[in-house]
Ligand binder design. Structure first.
Ligand code: NAD
Length: 338
């Protein structure tokens, strides 16, 4: 178990999920190279991570072929964890070209560097957005792929590109389709830090922290038990563990595969709001707004395949995710002086 290759390249290691993975790899004694353009990631995060092991940070952009090539020239990389992407749905609708260039072209550059340097293993951060509006629940991996926004389209295009690069160049990939990732490192060394923040829990916690700041609730008449949308919340620690297992899987089996990472259970926005109130001990004021186009009523993962094939099991609760995010936010607010 966790017989990891030594030199691992982590694209997007200065961001939310990537930084948690880097931390775990460093703590397991691995040499990690973080490649990040810091477009949404943070130098402070990378600096903090470097206290925990052998980390080299390269500030570079996947859109630039030379910059990523030079990393493969300099280091003897064995595997790649590819988190780097732009991932805001709203922004992707406004500027689709930015998303295709960054996510699709960026990944294409990364794969061509891998081909040039004979690197054959990659774990890719995919998303539940590749499925679009669900036709069946829970959603399993064979569900129809029908993304409803450019962000999801870029992720699906990359999944297809990975299949093509496997056929032609023998690059093996594991695509992990995350549902809603939550929580932070228990010791507060890293956490979710997005500007602007579009995710539910950090926004609820912000509303709890700032009296007068209303939480914007988009629609309360969905056909669910309390009228608000239902999502599947998965803690970042469980996501990290899935990456370690996926690396083992690639090393042992040397085959391409794809897995949902979710909990098999859904919580409504109101349930999450109530739990955030309970954890913080604060009332959260709500501003009701109309439904947003493209918001699915309910997204819940069927995670059986990851359990059976990878031996993965989510171990952390929604409450744990909220508690760790709460503690992290207290640290973050001091850093950014809210
Ligand atoms: N957060 C979630 O709930 C969630 C859900 C599903 C999928 N994902 C996927 O997981 C990955 C990580 O998400 P996150 O929430 O940590 O995002 P994030 O924005 O915090 O991290 C992404 C990192 O990639 C870097 N990056 C972006 N474009 C780059 C480029 N061209 N070259 C080099 N670095 C670049 C950013 O600076 C940032 O550090 C993304 O691929 C995202 O699509 C996230």
């Amino acid at each position: 178990m966790h017989n990891l290759p030594n030199r691992i390249l982590v694209t997007g290691g200065g961001g939310y999920i990537g930084s948690h993975c880097v931390l775990e790899l460093l703590q397991r004694g691995k040499d990690v190279i973080v490649f990040d353009n810091l477009s949404t990631g943070h130098k402070e995060t990378v600096d903090e991570l470097s206290n925990y092991g052998n980390l080299d940070f390269i500030r570079g952009d996947l859109k630039n072929q030379t910059e990523i090539d030079s990393v493969f020239e300099r280091y003897n990389i064995t595997s790649v964890l590819h988190f780097a992407a732009l991932s805001q749905v709203g922004e992707s609708i406004k500027y689709p070209e930015k998303y295709y260039e960054n996510n699709v072209k960026g990944t294409e550059n990364l794969l061509s560097s891998m081909v040039k340097h004979g690197v054959k293993r990659i774990i890719f951060s995919s998303t539940a957005s590749v499925y679009g509006e669900p036709e069946e629940l829970p959603i399993n991996e064979e569900h129809k792929k029908n993304p409803v926004n450019p962000y999801g389209n870029t992720k699906l295009a990359i999944e297809e590109m990975l299949d093509d690069y496997d056929k032609k160049y023998g690059i093996k990939s594991v695509r992990l389709r995350y549902f809603n990732v939550i929580g932070a490192d228990e010791q507060g060394r890293t956490g979710e830090w997005h500007e602007p923040e579009t995710h539910l829990i950090p926004n609820l916690l912000k509303s709890a922290a700032e009296s007068g700041r209303e939480f914007e609730l988009y629609g309360n008449d969905y056909p669910t038990k309390d009228g608000t949308c239902t999502r599947d919340y998965i803690c970042v620690q469980d996501i990290v563990n899935a990456h370690l297992l996926a690396l083992d899987y690639l090393l042992e089996k040397n085959v391409t595969n794809y897995f949902n990472l979710g909990t098999n259970s859904g919580f409504s926005v109101k349930e999450v709001l109530d739990l955030c109130s309970e954890v913080t001990g604060k009332q959260i004021k709500v501003k009701l707004l109309p439904k947003r186009a493209g918001d699915a009523v309910c997204l819940v993962a069927d995670n059986k395949k990851a359990q059976e094939v990878l031996g993965w099991k989510p171990l952390h609760s929604l409450r744990f995710g909220i508690e760790t995010a709460y503690r992290w936010n207290e640290i973050l607010y001091k850093k950014i002086k809210i």
